[in-house]
Design a binder for this molecule. Structure first.
Ligand code: ATP
Ligand code: MG
Length: 495
């Protein structure tokens, strides 16, 4: 409802204005200070109601005035009971002035409150004309923009907005002015007087008059430069991190590739070494066969001849030179011993007839031979179900038994040796045990860690292709070598 206020008291006019402007359904469309002006304005503005020559009754006017206007809007009459009451007294001028003064004070106080809120706010607040001129700015707004109030009042917001943000701001503002938006918010940059940039979070809303025309805009700006700085720093360090991560991933990939290549090279080399050592073992087998034959055929025969010669010397000198005869007899005994040793050694070196007699047959043959030719009683403890095994496994097991017995013969001083061979569905197990002098703990440790000694290392080499295991135990009561072959793999290897 549009209202014209006509009163010669400025205080009354302002009082009515402040009373009605807080009511959303009433707006003051004009003021007049006398009757003539009231008529002119009434013709020009065509208000819905005119408040004129307001009498202030004893009770307050505000409630009554609003009630009166509301009645009026519904085309009903309103009669103030104070005025119609018989005997009611109108206030004297003194009282009117007193009441008006109180009105005025309240007004000043509320204006003061508004001004200090406006001025002391921690955010920048500005009132702006629809054309972009600033009407009023608080201290914080001036501080954010880096200009004085006077300087800013001569500028428009366009002149201090960062060129990159102007188009967005103008587009929003247009929508706001057209009533398409109740308000808008955006993060934007201003260029301060000293050329530096300030980031703000801006919220703009409009204040409209009773005809819905925009009276002015209220802009609230919060300085977010610090936050933007942090965000930028965060973005930069994120980018850096991404760069680093990318680098790291690339390097890890490169390194992985290098390692894979090296690994492949090493695997090839391991295969070559394993093949070489297999060939060496094979060559060793052949060499042993040759040496065994040579020892038996050549050295053995020669020594036999030497023995015969010594027997002849012994016989011839028995009478003429008994000393020579006894030396010859001693030498003949030594030669005999030597022949025995050479035979045993050649026996130990000799390859078996594995293919024909099988593993059990070959081991029995070896054990018998050694028992007969040396002082060692070789006992056999064989499981029932051993049967035939893959050919290469049989050869490996036989060579291991041979090496172990050679060690018993050469190093242990034992009078006996036991060979145990057993088999179940999972594995084949071999033990060779003696009751000799054994090894010192240091020697055993050295053997277990570095595997020194060609013979024992050879045993381990023979086990490796079958993924078998090797264990050696030794103390002053004897030595025990234990070897296990997993059977499914042995079979797979053999195939
Ligand atoms: N049954 C055993 N009793 C006591 N000592 C042993 C026995 N077997 C091996 N040894 C000790 O372990 C060492 C290493 O044995 P290995 O069979 O590896 O080498 P080697 O017998 O000395 O030489 P090769 O077997 O190459 O002719 C031997 O020198 C010996 O001192
Ligand atoms: Mg040996």
């Amino acid at each position: 409802m549009r209202i014209l206020v006509a009163d010669d008291h400025d205080i009354i006019r302002r009082g009515v204005r402040s009373l009605l402007e807080v009511q959303s359904d009433f707006s003051i469309c004009g003021e007049a200070v006398n009757g003539r002006e009231a008529i002119e304005k009434a013709l020009e503005l065509k208000p819905d109601a005119i408040i004129m020559d307001l009498y202030v009754a004893k009770s307050s006017i505000d409630g009554r005035l609003i009630t009166a206007l509301q009645k009026l809007r519904k085309h009903e009459a309103y009669v103030d009971p104070d005025i119609t009451q018989e005997g009611s007294t109108l206030l004297d001028v003194e009282e009117i002035l007193q009441r008006s003064l109180a009105f005025e004070n309240a007004l000043v106080e509320s204006e003061e409150r508004f001004r200090s809120t406006f001025e002391l706010a921690a955010v920048g607040i500005a009132h702006m004309a629809p054309d972009g001129r600033w009407l009023r700015l608080n201290r914080k707004a001036c501080e954010i923009l880096g200009y004085t109030q006077e300087e800013l009042l001569k500028l428009t917001f366009r002149e201090v907005t960062h060129p990159a943000d102007l188009a967005t701001d103008l587009a929003f503002r247009e929508k706001l002015l057209a009533g398409l938006l109740p308000q808008y918010s955006m993060e934007k940059r201003y260029v301060r007087k000293n050329g530096s940039i300030v980031w703000v979070n801006l919220t703009v809303s409009s204040v409209r008059d009773s005809e819905n025309k925009v009276k002015y805009l209220i802009a609230v700006a919060e300085d977010i430069s610090k936050r933007r700085e942090w965000q930028d720093a965060l973005k930069k360090s994120e980018a850096k991190l991404q760069h680093l991560t990318g680098n790291l991933e690339r390097r890890v990939a490169e390194r992985t590739r290098e390692l894979a290549t090296k690994n492949a090279e090493m695997e090839t080399q391991t295969e070559i070494v394993q093949e070489l050592s297999a060939r060496l073992l094979q060559a060793g087998d052949e060499e042993r066969r040759r040496i065994a034959r040579d020892l038996h055929d050549s050295a053995g025969q020669t020594l036999t001849a030497v023995g015969l010669n010594l027997a002849a010397i012994e016989r011839e000198t028995k009478v003429v030179a008994p000393d020579v005869a006894s030396t010859a007899a001693e030498s003949r005994m030594l030669v005999k011993q030597l022949i025995e040793e050479i035979r045993t050694l050649s026996y130990l070196l000799h390859p078996p007839l594995l293919e024909e007699s099988g593993l059990i047959g070959a081991i029995s043959w070896l054990a018998d031979g050694i028992t007969k030719r040396s002082q060692i009683d070789v006992k056999l403890e064989l499981g029932d179900e051993i049967g035939r095994l893959p050919q290469d496994l049989e050869l490996a097991v036989f060579r291991i038994v041979q090496e172990c017995l050679a060690n018993v013969y050469r190093h242990s001083g034992s009078k006996s040796a036991t060979i145990r061979l057993n088999r179940d569905s999972q594995k084949l197990m071999l033990q060779v045990e003696d009751e000799g002098r054994g090894m010192s703990p240091e020697q055993l440790r050295a053997l277990q860690t570095s595997g020194c000694g060609v013979g024992l290392r050879g045993i381990q080499e023979r086990i490796r292709p079958f993924s078998g295991s090797f264990d050696i135990q030794s103390d002053r009561h004897g030595t025990r070598i234990e070897v296990k072959f997993p059977l499914r793999r042995a079979a797979a290897h053999a195939n």
